[in-house]
Design a protein around this ligand. Structure first.
Ligand code: PLP
Length: 441
């Protein structure tokens, strides 16, 4: 029997991480709990001292294999030499200036080459901003103002989209006719008025709702929930067909989906959205967002044609360091890199499913591309309601047990991911750690 088996995961965790506990207490004096909401898990997060390749090192000297990869952004692992070199080169030219430096054009060209639907693109600082601007464009272009989004879809933190991201089912209405529920405090009571909620994985319900609301709808925004609530590719395709049929724009949120393949989820499905939004990996680990699509739509932003119809700027938008890092990352991300990560992800999912079967655990591992989630429920998990029905009870202990064994996942065990810096030993190590964690709890 190991020490970890004799004591609770939380007490082992505390004994391994006293310096992180001190750092947490210090942070709490000057910030409300943590530096950002996603950092928190009980009893306190580890503070990371350093990252390298597929490893993180905390301030107590513990080493972890990193399956969180900065909320999926570090697809190559940490400090890939090509990205570091590109950043260093850019820093030698200047950190940022109030004018174009050309790095933004190089990244825009790379993205437009990679994704067929992207005729033009603009950069901003986060995925949140990307979806905000894409929605504004859709509203201005169509002259309509209602947006449809999917229950459980996440598009960042602004009032138009932080609706029904993880609603209380008691307030969420019927599964095939969900009602909008504000996800954050502080939103105006009418924030839900301009939002229609669609169910994942139900083409008939989606069509019925869109047909009914077609005259008000500017756009449907779809986050295909890559590796979190992976959608059938034929469902994504059907959403494209339905939106086109009723004259509603489709905004495909590829902020995580761009991890799924070199051209994102849209190239896997063979669809052309009207607009797409990007973030995360396109900035190489630096703050970034981007939105783009048909020239006709994007030209509403063009100041060279007289008065712009939709203004977009931002002090840090198209920041040259993020542009250089993102471009360097995309150049390394060739199709064979994706294929290798996909194979490792299949190995991981098979291994985890084997562990769940052998230990009689009601759990499932879902994945798409190199992103995966673990839920304590029987699969398949294709809707928000299936995720909501999963048992949340074991999550915290299993998460801490994995940390105690040197595996750093995303703290709800959803939206974990691989990096290209990993090999079979890291995958098999996580599978073995999961078997031990389940035995311990
Ligand atoms: C699908 C999706 N869209 C939008 C966002 C928001 O991006 P950001 O956190 O850069 O604002 C996220 C963030 O996780 C996301 O997963």
């Amino acid at each position: 029997m190991t020490t970890a088996q004799k004591t609770s995961p939380a007490s082992v965790y505390r004994s391994r991480t006293p310096a992180s506990h001190e750092a947490f207490k210090r942070t709490g004096e000057v910030m409300p709990g943590v530096a950002k909401g996603a950092y928190y898990y009980a009893p306190y997060p580890v503070t990371i001292a350093r990252a390298e390749g597929c490893h993180l090192y905390d301030v107590d000297g513990n080493r972890y294999v990193d399956f969180a990869n900065h909320h999926t952004t570090q697809i190559l692992g940490h400090n890939h030499p090509a990205v570091v070199r590109a950043v260093e080169r850019q820093l030698e030219q200047g950190i940022a200036v109030a004018g174009p430096m050309g790095t933004e054009t190089a990244l825009a060209e790379a993205l437009c080459r990679r994704v067929e639907s992207l005729e033009m693109i603009r950069f901003c600082n986060s995925g949140t901003e990307a979806t905000l601007h894409a929605i504004r464009l859709a509203r201005e272009y169509t002259g309509r103002h209602v947006i449809a989004k999917f229950e459980g879809g996440y598009h960042g933190s602004h009032d138009a989209v932080e609706i029904s991201t993880s609603p209380d089912l008691a307030k969420a209405g019927p599964a095939d006719r969900p009602v909008p529920v504000a996800s954050a405090g502080g939103m105006p009571p009418n924030a839900t008025d301009n939002v229609v909620i669609l169910p994942f994985d139900d083409e008939a319900a989606v069509e019925a709702i869109i047909e009914e609301k077609r005259d008000e709808l500017a756009a449907v925004i779809l986050d295909p929930k890559t590796g979190v609530i992976p959608q059938r590719l034929d469902f994504v395709k059907a959403v494209r067909e339905i939106t086109a049929k009723y004259g509603v724009l489709l905004i495909l949120d590829e902020i995580v989906g761009f991890r799924a393949s070199p051209g994102g989820v849209q190239s896997q499905c063979g669809i052309l959205p009207d607009l797409s939004t990007y973030g995360k990996i396109v900035g190489g680990g630096f703050p970034v967002g981007a939105f783009g699509g048909r020239r006709e739509l994007m030209s509403l932003l063009d100041p060279t044609q007289g008065k712009v119809r939709v203004f977009q700027s931002g002090s840090f938008s198209a920041h040259p360091v993020a542009m250089a890092a993102g471009h360097a990352m995309l150049e390394v991300l060739t199709p064979d890199v994706y294929e290798r990560m996909d194979r490792l992800t299949d190995r991981l999912v098979d291994g985890l499913e084997g562990v769940f079967t052998r230990t009689g655990t009601v759990a499932t591992a879902v994945a798409s591309g190199s992103t995966f989630s673990i839920y304590f429920t029987r699969g398949p998990v294709r809707t928000y309601r299936a995720v909501a029905a999963a048992d949340k009870g074991p999550v915290s202990d299993i998460y801490l047990s994995l940390l105690n064994r040197g595996y750093y996942l995303s703290n709800g065990l959803a939206m974990n991911c691989l990096s290209a810096a990993m090999n079979e030993s890291h995958i098999d190590g996580l599978v073995a750690a999961m078997a031990e964690a389940l035995e311990e709890n």
